[in-house]
Design a protein around this ligand. Structure first.
Ligand SMILES: Nc1ncnc2c1ncn2[C@@H]1O[C@H](COP(=O)(O)OP(=O)(O)OP(=O)(O)O)[C@@H](O)[C@H]1O
Length: 342
């Protein structure tokens, strides 16, 4: 769905974001011009194989890139501000209160020497100033109950909790100041499958209770299918498709999305995993034209020369691929259909 067709408001607007890492052999173009919007109340999945730039994109949005990384260009609009224009002080005020991150391996980011409750209180007091201990305790216990944690862990340390519980503590921290947007970076991948599902359900419940918008980063397509409204598919620093879950799973548009969907394991049918090659080009020296050309089964001459623009191929489906051509009447044709039905 494009912005005009969507009834909801845009809460986060990322435009042409580029983040590169400096290396002795040249810059790694980790995120190389991504554009997307997040709608109010929406959960957007960001998927793609390891190294495609998902975490870098998240850190770029939050302005948390550190050397050798740097933001080369872009705009990140949140609540009327371009985060790239703000001072570190202004950014600090917005982190946790407007935009919260549940980082990769979040549960290992808890301070092992501090009680769980003290860590959550710290987040609250840093932003809101000192408060009565009674009031703080009530708030922490409320947060625990929202994420399904028992009150008895109030005086516990991180090592006394299971992985799933620690992950819930990180969710509690992320929602403590009622942010508009939460970015969860593969926050469930270090957990076993059953715990993953429980944590994922906690995130969904919290999302519904608070009406917060979320970006969920991961590679488990099955989990994504159950959790998100739309999915942005990333390949080598580029977003190649943004589609509704139904559209992506039933009719993936980009050849890379097609490979990803074909690789989703099914309970009833065993099939070989198609994604085995990984990103084939040097991320410091991407080919001109389409970023996926070296692995694309449908590559054409045009793909080797011209980067494909993102176009709407269906109401809730945008794809950057030369296979799709917009006709003067606005309809879309797939050039493979012309080749097979002249
Ligand atoms: N400090 C760094 N120096 C050089 N290159 C880096 C650095 N950090 C990341 N990269 C490169 O940037 C690219 C994107 O990495 P990133 O971690 O964002 O990908 P990802 O999709 O989040 O991967 P994963 O799913 O494994 O977390 C990769 O090619 C990676 O090797």
């Amino acid at each position: 769905m494009n912005e005009a067709e969507h009834e909801q408001n845009v809460i986060l607007d990322v435009e042409d974001l580029r983040v590169y890492y400096e290396t002795p052999k040249g810059d790694v173009l980790a995120v190389d011009g991504i554009d997307f919007v997040l709608y109010e109340g929406e959960t957007l999945g960001l998927v793609g194989e390891s190294g495609c730039g998902k975490s870098t994109a998240a850190m770029g949005i939050l302005q948390l890139i550190t050397p050798p990384g740097r933001i080369v260009s872009g705009e990140v609009w949140l609540d009327g501000d371009n985060l790239l224009d703000l001072s570190e002080e202004e950014l600090r005020k917005r982190r946790w209160t407007k935009l919260a991150l549940i980082p990769q391996g979040a549960m290992n980011s808890l301070n092992p020497t501090m009680k769980i409750s003290a860590q959550i209180k710290d987040v609250i007091e840093t932003h809101e100033g000192r408060q009565s201990s009674e009031k703080l305790k009530k708030r922490v216990l409320e947060l625990f109950s929202m994420v399904g944690l028992p009150g008895r862990i109030y005086n516990m340390y991180p090592h006394e909790l299971s992985g799933g519980m620690k992950q819930r503590v990180c969710i509690a921290m992320a929602i403590a100041l009622n942010p508009n947007v939460i970015i969860a970076d593969e926050s469930t991948s270090a957990l076993d499958v059953v715990v993953q599902r429980v944590v994922a359900q906690t995130m969904l419940r919290v999302k519904e209770m608070l009406g917060v918008s979320m970006i969920m980063i991961g590679h488990d397509m099955g989990l994504m299918a159950q959790m998100v409204d739309r999915i942005a598919v990333m390949y080598a620093g580029h977003i190649v498709e943004i589609s509704g879950v139904q559209e992506l799973f039933h009719n993936p548009g980009h050849p890379y999305s097609q490979l990803l969907i074909e690789s989703v394991p099914s309970l009833t049918e065993r099939k070989p995993l198609k994604i085995t090659e990984g990103i084939t080009h040097d991320p410091r020296n991407p080919p001109p034209g389409c970023i996926f050309q070296l692995r694309c089964p449908f590559v054409m001459d045009e793909c080797r020369r011209i980067p494909p623009p993102m176009i709407n191929i269906a109401p809730n489906q945008q794809v950057a691929c030369h296979l799709y051509k917009e006709q003067p009447d606005g309809s879309i044709i797939d050039v493979r259909d012309i080749a097979t039905n002249p």
